[in-house]
Design a protein around this ligand. Structure first.
Ligand SMILES: NC(=O)C1=CN([C@@H]2O[C@H](COP(=O)(O)OP(=O)(O)OC[C@H]3O[C@@H](n4cnc5c(N)ncnc54)[C@H](O)[C@@H]3O)[C@@H](O)[C@H]2O)[C@@H](O)CC1
Ligand SMILES: Nc1ncnc2c1ncn2[C@@H]1O[C@H](COP(=O)(O)OP(=O)(O)O)[C@@H](O)[C@H]1O
Ligand SMILES: [K+]
Length: 517
């Protein structure tokens, strides 16, 4: 698991160590230099003679870059620091100069920007130490001008040096992952003490490259702000069936999905639930669609009975589209019944409350407030519609710009756990926030969301009672489903296009791989 803490939490954890005289900056900068040296060796075989540019801001982030530059200069690199502010870390500058590094004071001669950009762009490696966790808002002043010019130069020539961000890519929203101004995209981020939320959250996470964390021995307390599950976390908590299990302990998934116009979604969802290890999949939508589903997957039972999780809505048209179509094959009514059962409102006839996955058209069927063991799985457009229907003045671009904020708002407004799909999938529930980046861009294909709904339905059915009793776990299960789904997409056709049904078909092998590693 990768855990990210806010800038304020990191500062609070650093404080006692600094008071005790622990040399945090020396440790951080030495570790940074070691990583950069490894990259330089991998890319050009030697540190000696490598051209390294340091982009240096006013604070300790610039200090880290300067000290790391001094270590690299000591190993024979040709290091040039570009100072963007009249304030800089004096000790770092002195160390760099002593080690033979050069300093360019961009802040006194902004007309040298063009020459500086050419030199930086021609170097073997760039350390971005403009701002770190002390940043206030988007980059401004000479730092902003420098990054804007470097980005333009990269766009024009196509040649971009290897960029290592110091702690975070300068200018990202450290705590919220926002990108409100110019940011130099990094190939790697060396982050100190622990990951920061902006390194996991979109859109900033897409600018961080590979993230390496340097342990500074910070005693971070309390829950992390954002988590990212890794394969081992998912494997550890997977409910592997034993000799005493039978199909009902494994979990029965009830599916209300698809219509006569969109039967494929029902096939994809049911197939994914079967493939992800459900004890049984019951198709509870309309009979016409049910025949298609059973034709495709003979394991599916199209009859009423016990259900340990519901999946409602894939391929079911939402509001206006449903009205235009004239009919929804009765799926809205069946979906409402499934959701009422999941909320525990039909107790006596359908057993106690159970988790539910609510996707696509199912989102239209929700009561104002729903239990936290309901996992809503909108993409950004659907989340926007959901929020607007609850009085929020929000546009799709706002959701794209601040996915965590708006997923959290939807959680607050509905009470549900919310999984917001995207290149980085963000989950928010009573158990906290997760950001998963497991799937390739190829996964952005029609039907992939239906597959995710089926996988998640099976995973929730296997932990039905546990999730209802401890709804904080719903977010973790949802994040785990995103991980399995994304990795299955990779496994389907590494490096090339994937089809949604192939992703579902790759799920069993992916789960076996997780459990055996
Ligand atoms: N506290 C510590 O002892 C440690 C801090 N470390 C480093 O120190 C960093 C934090 O240092 P600071 O608190 O000095 O803060 P930063 O170095 O992140 O930046 C603050 C400085 O940047 C300027 N600035 C703020 N927002 C700006 C913007 N939008 N555009 C342009 N300039 C802006 C301000 O003038 C301020 O002086 C961490 O990110 C990490 O790199 C590490 O060395 C580990 C130990
Ligand atoms: N750029 C991307 N990189 C990786 N995965 C993505 C990307 N864009 C979307 N996805 C994933 O693809 C799936 C698309 O789901 P969705 O939008 O519901 O499509 P559909 O409704 O056609 O099934 C989601 O799981 C989402 O997280
Ligand atoms: K930085």
């Amino acid at each position: 698991m990768i855990s990210a803490w806010s800038a304020a939490d990191v500062r609070a954890a650093e404080e006692p160590l600094l008071v005790a005289g622990v040399p945090l900056m020396e440790r951080a900068s030495f570790a940074l230099a070691t990583v950069v040296a490894g990259d330089l060796r991998a890319r050009r075989r030697s540190v000696r003679g490598a051209g390294v540019a340091l982009l240096v801001g006013a604070g300790n982030n610039g200090g880290d870059a300067l000290h790391a530059g001094a270590v690299l200069a000591g190993r024979g690199a040709a290091v040039t620091a570009v100072l963007t502010s009249e304030r800089f870390h004096a000790g770092g500058r002195a160390a760099l100069t002593r080690a033979g590094g050069r300093v360019v004071e961009l802040f006194v001669a902004p007309d040298r920007l063009g020459a500086v950009v050419r030199d930086v762009a021609a170097s073997d490696g760039v350390l971005d130490g403009l701002v770190g966790i002390g940043a206030r808002g988007p980059l401004r002043g000479p730092a902003a001008d420098l990054v804007t010019a470097l980005r333009r130069a990269a766009g024009e020539t196509g040649a971009a040096p290897w960029v290592v961000a110091v702690d975070v890519p300068s200018g990202i929203g450290v705590d919220d992952g926002a990108v409100a101004g110019p940011v130099l995209p990094a190939d790697r981020t060396v982050t100190f003490g622990c990951a920061k939320p902006g390194l996991l959250l979109p859109p900033a996470a897409l600018l961080a490259g590979e993230v390496s964390a340097v342990d500074l021995g910070l005693g971070l307390e309390g829950a992390p702000a954002v988590r990212r599950l890794e394969a081992a976390d998912v494997a550890r908590s997977w409910p592997v069936p034993g000799p005493a299990d039978h199909k009902y302990t494994r979990g029965v998934v009830g599916v209300v999905a698809g219509t006569a116009t969109y039967p494929g979604a029902a096939v994809l969802t049911a197939t994914a639930a079967v493939r992800a290890g459900a004890g049984m999949v019951r198709y509870r939508g309309s009979g016409d669609v049910g025949r298609v589903v059973v034709g495709a997957r003979p394991e599916v039972v199209a009859a009423p009975g016990r259900v340990q999780s519901w999946v409602v809505g894939p391929g079911v048209p939402a509001g206006p589209e449903a009205a235009d179509a004239g009919a929804d094959d009765g799926q809205h009514e069946r979906g409402r019944a499934g959701l009422a059962a999941a909320a525990g409102r039909l107790a006596g006839t359908a057993g106690g409350p159970v988790p539910a996955v609510v996707d696509a058209g199912g989102l239209d069927l929700l009561d104002d407030r729903v239990p936290p063991w309901f996992v809503l799985t909108p993409h950004a457009g659907e989340l926007t519609t959901l929020l607007r229907s609850r009085g929020e003045d929000v546009r799709r671009e706002d959701v794209d710009a601040e996915p965590l904020r708006w997923a959290r708002r939807a959680h607050e407004l509905t009470g549900a756990t919310v999984l917001l799909k995207g290149g980085v999938t963000v989950v928010v529930g009573p158990g906290g926030a997760y950001a998963q980046a497991d799937g390739p861009g190829w996964l952005a294909t029609a039907g992939a969301g239906d597959v995710l709904a089926g996988v998640l339905g099976a995973m929730l059915a296997a932990r039905s009672a546990e999730v209802v009793e401890h709804p904080a776990r719903a977010a973790e299960v949802a994040a785990a489903a995103a991980l399995v789904h994304g990795r299955a997409a990779h496994g389907t056709n590494p490096g090339g296009p994937v089809a949604a049904l192939d992703v579902a078909d790759a799920v069993p092998r992916e789960i076996a791989g997780l459990l055996s590693s």
